[in-house]
Design a protein around this ligand. Sequence first.
Ligand SMILES: Cc1cc2nc3c(=O)[nH]c(=O)nc-3n(C[C@H](O)[C@H](O)[C@H](O)COP(=O)(O)O)c2cc1C
Length: 368
Amino acid sequence: MFDLENHPTSRSLGSRYPIFGLSHNLDVVAAICNAGGIGIWAAARLLPEEIVEQSRMLRESVGDKPFGINLMLPTKVPPVQDRAAVEVGIPEEHKAFVARLYAKYGVPDDGLIGERNRIVRSDELFDDQIEAALQSSANLFAMAVGSRPSVPDRARAAGMRLVALVGSPRHVPSALGLEPDFLVAQGYDAGGHTGQVGTFTLVPKIVEMAGEVPVLAAGGIGTGSQIAASLAMGAAGVWLGTVWLGTSEEHLPEALLGKVLRAGCEDTVITRCSSGKPMRQVKTAWAQEWAGEDAPVPLPMPWQDLLVGSLEGAAKRHGIEPLLYTPAGQSVEWVREVTPVAEVMNRLVSETNKAAAVLASATQKAEG
Ligand SMILES: Cc1cc2nc3c(=O)[nH]c(=O)nc-3n(C[C@H](O)[C@H](O)[C@H](O)COP(=O)(O)O)c2cc1C
């Protein structure tokens, strides 16, 4: 019923399966490609020169298998990469709250920056990141949380397929205006920045609106039965983030890995406290502190990134267990042990085949 090995999406891209896997970790992305999926490398927090260098390494690891580059391109960001100028806009109340968190959790203030504030999300940075991504040999250019008008034509001229992530039917008209090769319908269940509509409702709605444009289902998918359900809802493939967190290639720090492995579908929370935009993540003291009565309202992106970046970095470097977190979807339910990416891929494929067989036999019974 669902021939994952001979699917039009994989055939058009040259992968084995129509299973897209997004990760910030180069090893995970390479392993996804080498296991038959389409690895999507999330490069939003990297400097342009890192994008050029690391995408070259990725190409070396995957040969001619297809991979994509993902950038987050929100609008309403400062024009230039000037940390000091942006930091001036951070209220004293917010700085005092962060100082209290350093003290409460005994986080050493080592004066270093973290992943979140090593860049300043700004028009200037985005222009340079786009240029770097276009210089790579990626097969797909995936845009999340916005776009820039010049990207579609330049990506196509560079021979890349264009992918636009949408989290609401409201986003569809402008996303279709980019003439994308794929839309990703990313539901509320998803890890990372997410919207309000559940995957089970969002996917068929976006399929209906997208017309001829293939739609990939994202959000909460961690089993093959959900892949089969996504295909049954009209999706042209699936796009997964959380399931890769438990892979041996990911190498999460021990204390954080324990939280991820123990977390069930009710152990995630949506908060603006990490980036300034609503992000689903594993529920830990990090988000709980910002939900407290004495906590200030998180700032918009990129001010919140700059406010919390050094604290987040120091908590990671010094292993401050209560404050460790990662973006994760409700699909964290299915991250139960550490296994190589290839095993996760094989499990997903065999579960999808089983689910297809169940559907086929149910159809036969109904007809017989
Ligand atoms: C750890 C993690 C990091 C993510 N980072 C990004 C990102 O940088 N850019 C992006 O477009 N989506 C990002 N996402 C969202 C994914 O693209 C995807 O839509 C989502 O993971 C799908 O839901 P799932 O997590 O339940 O599989 C991230 C998700 C996770 C779990």
